[in-house]
Design a protein around this ligand. Structure first.
Ligand SMILES: O=C(O)C(=O)C[C@]1(C(=O)O)C=C[C@@H](O)C=C1
Length: 210
């Protein structure tokens, strides 16, 4: 096994600080209140919706752009977007997408991120060669993957990668995703807590129409 230093994991472990926290303004939901997020149940965006807007209805959309558009166009009252991770840094493109549309950041929420290596039936650390996940999630466990010689495979979302593996089981493929994703799609947890720092967290932006 290669050390974290050999894998260059230390270089990725820069801690981003300083994002302003907003007060916990919380309007009670009126009627059906929809919060859009990217991915599918079991995604970290889904977890952020459930934790920070309890009682709201999460709406899964394919891309971050779709979340911004849904809020701008009124299809959802709020959107939940990952903006920055403590290991991987800014989530590429999200700030530009928000700036380009008539939406504003209403609140910032820190979600602890625990990544596990999920596998299909029969998969183990001896069979898995590649690991699929969102690139920002892969960056959070780059040292762990590199030390074991596992090749990262970019996917659009952690939960969508888990869903895809469940639909096409492959003992050579693992997925870096949440425990909720493992439960949602019937995958096994092959290794727990594979993120390179225990204090891993992602700051989500809760957006609304400007
Ligand atoms: O793929 C997911 O589950 C997401 O919600 C996306 C995302 C991200 O883009 O940063 C959200 C939080 C984690 O940092 C990893 C992935």
């Amino acid at each position: 096994m290669r050390s974290a230093a050999e894998c260059g994991a230390g270089a990725r472990c820069r801690r981003r600080g300083g994002a302003a926290r907003h007060g916990g303004r919380r309007d009670p939901p009126r009627g059906v209140s929809v919060v859009a997020y990217q991915g599918a149940p079991g995604a970290f965006g889904h977890a952020a919706c459930l934790r920070f807007l309890p009682g709201w209805t999460p709406l899964a959309l394919a891309r971050f752009e779709d979340v911004v558009a849904a809020v701008a166009d009124g299809a959802a009252e709020r959107g939940m977007l990952p903006a920055e991770n403590s290991i991987a840094g800014a989530v590429p493109g999200v700030a530009d997408m928000v700036a380009a549309r008539p939406v504003v950041v209403r609140a910032r929420h820190d979600l602890p991120i625990e990544l596990h290596l999920l596998g299909a039936a029969g998969a183990s650390l001896a069979t898995i060669r590649r690991v699929a996940s969102h690139p920002v999630a892969l960056a959070q466990c780059a040292g762990w993957l590199c030390a074991r010689g596992l090749a990262p495979e970019p996917a659009t979302n952690t939960a969508l990668a888990a869903l895809a593996l469940a639909g096409a089981p492959d003992p050579a493929l693992g997925v870096a995703a949440s425990e909720n994703a493992a439960e949602a799609y019937g995958l096994a947890i092959v290794a727990r807590d594979i993120h390179d720092r225990a204090d891993n967290l992602t700051t989500f932006w809760e957006i609304e129409r400007a």
